[in-house]
Design a protein around this ligand. Sequence first.
Ligand SMILES: Cc1ncc(COP(=O)(O)O)c(C=O)c1O
Length: 339
Amino acid sequence: MIDLRSDTVTRPTEGMRRAMLEAPVGDDVFGEDPTVKRLEEYVAGLLGKEAALYAPSGTMTNQIGVHVNTSRGEEVLLHEGSHIFVYEAGAPAMLSSVQLRTLPGENGVLEPDTLRAAVRPEDVHFPRSRLVCLENTHNTAGGKVFPLEDFAAVAGAAKELGLKVHLDGARLFNAQAATGIPASEWCEHADTVSVCSSKGLGAPVGSLLAGDEETISEARRARKAFGGGMRQAGIIAAAALYAFENHIERLAEDHERARNLAAGLRDAGYEVPEPETNLVLVAVDEPFEFLEALAREGVLATPGKPGFVRLCTHLDVGDEEIEKAIEAVARITAGTRQR
Ligand SMILES: Cc1ncc(COP(=O)(O)O)c(C=O)c1O
């Protein structure tokens, strides 16, 4: 099977497994795991933040980000296709008692005027607008980069409006690889940032939340409350550290393969927007039928936004797999034409 469902399906590499085997560990809830500490310091440095906190998943670091930036009953503004709104099981309501307000925007980008129009005036009838969440790269938009200028503009508007900014950067390093702009430049405009080690970077598990010392100290408390305090977590933190140290540069290879895949699918007759990073959206009339046909040909993918399927390149797919995936799609097209 060629698994193009997600960049989360990768297996740890040899080097990563060796790093895990050799990792010094301690009880991280007591603050005694040296490998977790090294990872947190390393990632805080990469993102230009004072501190970072290691947690089991991107959902948890996003939810801790929401929690530390809000109080009960407040409102969080975010794009209607954002992961926090669509795919996190209603957690902001469950864990932080906040209300989400979704906003439209092309390619996952929120415009400053959209934000300005949505922020509530001070009035006893309204919830208090407190936080805006931005996502880069944007998953449901097909791995689109949030252009730095647009990001700075909307984050600047948020600041003027008295809002905090959380960046869901699960695939922030894909934005860095696609543009050559250091991830830290986006982070400058955000109060808290979550990044994942278990997406394109290929670690088996984990995510980090970065911000200033005080916020991350609060985040450590929230992580414990949410059940994310881990003990000898150095075993998995070692894999994450290895991923940040060794797998950021190679993301450009995934992007090139995504472009090759898109070109091949266009040659097979499909409408495929040019991918900016590692996610490829293919327009199809019947996404579920298409996915079943693909699986019969040995290729796995997922539904994308309505009317599209999503294919994702990653560490465990090479040029040969991309060629085979294109051939599989061409066979499906040929079969459809015969009928
Ligand atoms: C943009 C984005 N944010 C957050 C997450 C959540 O990460 P996790 O699956 O580790 O909870 C994902 C997962 O795909 C994602 O795409």
